[in-house]
Design a protein around this ligand. Structure first.
Ligand SMILES: NC(=O)c1ccc[n+]([C@@H]2O[C@H](COP(=O)([O-])OP(=O)(O)OC[C@H]3O[C@@H](n4cnc5c(N)ncnc54)[C@H](O)[C@@H]3O)[C@@H](O)[C@H]2O)c1
Length: 363
């Protein structure tokens, strides 16, 4: 079993990764002294696929197990569902020493993590992410939260798990569209921090995207999580460098909002956003034409749905003005100076932004 550590000034925790790692959960729980009742939060779809297996793996521990099935999809990340969870925890005698186990995609991880951060001022958490996006991104770094009707992820906390368990075999039941959305975040890591990862993706795209080989996926997960662990370790609270993880997200968020979160999965919107951010990098003289072409080609291979005609440049610009990552000194952009090298800047004019949006909308 491979291991990466997330090291923060106040705590450190491991990410374990191996095909069939799920079978070793009891051993890992023992290692982390998680000997208390387990409150397992999942969604209905993941429960249908994996709950019986998880229960069988945990049976030898003899620990009391409680299961909660959240609704499938973003609608689970609400205060109403969090409140149901608090009630469920109280009714089942959870206390601060109990452990919440999040088994699912980013939605389950964010919701369960938020409840773990807030119930009795904080419970132990174990993350077992089951989507590619959650394995390479959302389960690592401690951001947990729920949505408000006025915006996504507006209510939340930083709450780190005892450990994260990554089992590539759990990804084999994912729909291809979910895989591609997760791969967008993988492409992002290559663009911002690791040219070797980027070139490997370009070379072996069809094998990697087909999730054919568990060892290959393990390597992919470890590479991405090492980058995320390093970036978060240097700037947990996003006061500086962590913002590079938002490459492609400035325009991506605006695209999601402009289509009422109905047209694109998050990673698909980010794929469009990365292409536009690469174009902007080229036109600001930061990125070579050769590297721009390589980035835009890989973004096209992610095959995000086309942008509907109803999405206009004006609408995207106005949404970007209200982005929660914007502050008084303007929009923070993540641009590229080369493949594998991101730079942060607020020196992007409205005219330059408009030009990048036109490039994106007119393609
Ligand atoms: N906390 C963070 O740092 C962070 C970072 C990025 C994204 N996020 C959040 O993550 C969420 C998106 O996560 P997501 O893309 O994983 O979506 P998701 O959790 O909704 O999962 C996508 C779909 O896949 C299904 N699924 C999950 N695992 C499966 C499996 N192994 N086999 C088959 N189907 C499976 C789910 O039931 C769901 O229908 C968003 O709410 C986003 O805000 C958080």
């Amino acid at each position: 079993m491979k291991e990466i550590r997330v090291s923060l000034p106040h705590l450190t925790y491991p990410i374990y990764c191996a095909p069939s790692a799920l079978e070793r959960l009891p051993e890992l729980m023992h290692r982390h002294q998680a000997h208390e009742p387990l409150y397992i939060i999942t969604d209905q779809r993941v429960a249908d696929l994996y709950e019986k297996r998880l229960a069988a793996v945990l049976r030898p521990t003899g620990l009391p197990l409680f299961f909660f099935h959240a609704p499938v999809g973003e609608s689970a990340k609400t205060l109403a569902v969090a409140e149901e969870l608090y009630t469920w925890l109280i009714q089942n005698q959870a206390d601060r020493s109990s452990v919440i186990l999040a088994l699912g995609g980013g939605v389950v991880g964010d919701l369960a993590g938020f409840v773990a951060a807030t119930f009795m001022r904080g419970m132990h958490l174990i993350q077992i992410p089951t989507t590619l996006l959650a394995q390479v991104d959302s389960s690592v770094g401690g951001k947990v939260g729920i949505n408000h009707r006025l915006g996504k992820n507006l209510i939340g906390a930083f709450h780190h798990p005892l450990f994260v368990l990554l089992d590539p075999l759990l990804l084999f039941t994912l729909e291809q569209r979910q895989v591609a959305a997760g791969l967008a975040e993988v492409v992002k890591y290559g663009c911002i921090a690791n040219s070797e990862l980027f070139h490997w993706l370009s070379r072996e795209w069809s094998d990697i995207a087909g999730l054919k080989d568990p060892q290959q996926i393990q390597h992919l997960l470890l590479t991405c999580c090492s980058i995320k662990a390093r970036v978060v370790g240097n700037d947990e609270r996003e006061r500086g460098g962590r913002a590079i993880l938002n490459f492609g997200h400035t325009i991506g968020h605006a695209l999601e909002a402009a289509t009422n979160f109905e047209t694109f999965l998050h990673g698909e919107a980010v794929a469009h956003g990365m292409g536009a951010a690469a174009w902007l990098s080229l036109h600001k003289g930061l990125l070579s034409h050769h590297d721009f072409l390589r980035v835009s080609t890989l973004c096209e291979q992610l095959a995000p749905p086309p942008i509907p005609d109803s999405v206009t440049e004006e609408r995207l610009l106005s949404l970007m003005l209200h982005d929660k990552k914007r502050n008084r000194s303007g929009q923070q952009w993540v641009l590229l100076s080369a493949i594998g090298q991101a730079c942060l800047t607020r020196q992007v004019t409205v005219e330059e932004t408009s030009a990048a949006l036109r490039w994106l909308l007119d393609r």
